[in-house]
Design a protein around this ligand. Structure first.
Ligand code: CUA
Length: 185
């Protein structure tokens, strides 16, 4: 190979290296651009429907004080259930709800992230400290449904569960008239 030929190959290699370096720099700049854009975009338009709550004062004041927990009948006849998750239990541990009635759950956590679901139904949500979780559902099958925590929350996670007791509307109204909160027994 002539000296010229060797130099030509070196030039070609150097050019190729520069082109690939340029490609990687462009990729890095593009990724930084995406990060910057989404950061500014999210910060300027936070998601709607977020309800913050102070997890350190849940038991002292506000919506989640003890006498508010459990079931309550609303003016339109639907039912609202408020609950708190904490390591390693739910408050209340068992709540009575009526069948074939709109039931709105409102819950939050006093410490770490917990999950809860009502077995055999589509009720399934997370309880995040600092925020209120809310959803509305309806139960059709009478009886006790297990309500386990389904988010690993520490050493006692496996023992963290409660019950939702679905009763007829008539029984529910009787239970509520005898004792507020709809707690089992
Ligand atoms: Cu609470 Cu797992």
């Amino acid at each position: 190979m002539s000296v010229d030929g060797a130099e030509g190959t070196e030039h070609a290699a150097a050019d190729a290296e520069r082109r690939w370096a340029a490609v990687s720099i462009v990729l890095i700049l593009a990724l930084l651009g995406v990060i910057t854009f989404t950061g500014i975009h999210w910060a300027s338009m936070p998601p709607s429907g977020i309800e913050p709550v102070d997890p350190t004062t849940l038991h002292v004041s506000g919506e989640f004080v003890e006498q508010n927990l459990g079931a309550q009948i609303r003016a339109d006849g639907s039912v609202i259930v408020r609950l708190i998750g904490q390591q390693y239990s739910f408050t209340p541990q068992c709540v009575v709800v009526p069948a074939d009635t709109k039931v709105t759950f409102r819950g939050t956590s006093a410490d770490v992230v917990h999950g809860f679901l009502v077995t055999g139904t589509n009720a399934n949500a997370m309880l995040v400290p600092g925020y209120v979780t809310t959803f509305t559902t309806q139960f059709s099958h009478l009886g006790d449904h297990l309500m386990p925590c389904h988010e690993f929350c520490g050493t006692g996670h496996a023992a963290m569960w409660a019950h939702v007791r679905v009763v007829s509307r008539t029984d529910f109204d009787r239970i509520m008239s005898e004792k507020s909160g709809g707690h089992c027994d």
